[in-house]
Write a protein that binds this ligand. Structure first.
Ligand SMILES: [Ca+2]
Ligand SMILES: [Ca+2]
Length: 194
């Protein structure tokens, strides 16, 4: 039945085998993801500037954070997020254990790449997951105080202190982060998007 678009997106056997192997995907899954990727990015790739701009406008988190997330997704470092890299990110999201998801999240949010997540970085992560950005924007537009933020900051601070309880050095090592969060269903679910 294929229309012009799906004919363009036929893969060679070799390409298909390579893509399937990324995450134990079936051929059907690869084509399904291929279609949805090209629906969203008809040029076949997303450039860094667009990714950073769109995400920092639509979600919480600074441009620096989104730039860092992009660098984690752009495995070959060419400045574009392409279909193969998209499949890799899906494989992390769908086929990996909670520990693997958290390891990925740790790398993403270790914005300074020093092997630790400090409070500033953790706070970006926490607000990224739990912040109600839309509601806050609406409240700000009506000049209402953003009461949620204080509660969120408080919860964020408490969780950070709990995770850092053993060393109390004000930063989270990879084991502190992974072991402390691996049974937290909300945080795990949040990283299924990557
Ligand atoms: Ca790339
Ligand atoms: Ca620590």
């Amino acid at each position: 039945m294929g229309n012009a678009k799906s004919r363009e997106l036929v893969l060679s056997d070799e390409q298909m085998e390579e893509l399937k192997a990324i995450g134990n995907f079936s051929e059907r899954q690869v084509y399904y993801y291929l279609d949805s990727f090209y629906d969203e990015y008809p040029s076949g790739a997303l450039d860094k500037e667009t990714f950073v701009r769109e995400n920092s406008e639509a979600h919480a988190g600074t441009r620096q954070m989104w730039s860092h997330i992009f660098d984690q997704l752009d495995k070959n470092g060419d400045g574009y997020f392409d279909f193969k890299e998209y499949l890799i990110s899906l494989a992390v999201g769908t086929n990996s254990t909670n520990e693997e998801k958290l390891l990925f999240a740790f790398k993403v949010f270790d914005i300074g790449s020093d092997g630790y997540i400090d409070y500033y970085e953790f706070s970006q992560l926490y607000h990224f997951i739990f912040g109600n950005h839309k509601e806050n924007e609406e409240r700000a537009a009506k000049n209402q105080t953003v009461k949620e933020d204080k509660e969120l900051d408080e919860k964020c601070r408490r969780l950070f202190e709990k995770l850092d309880a053993n060393s109390q050095d004000g930063k989270l090592s990879m084991p502190e982060f992974v072991h402390g969060l691996k049974n937290d269903p909300v945080i795990i679910a949040a990283f299924t998007i990557f």
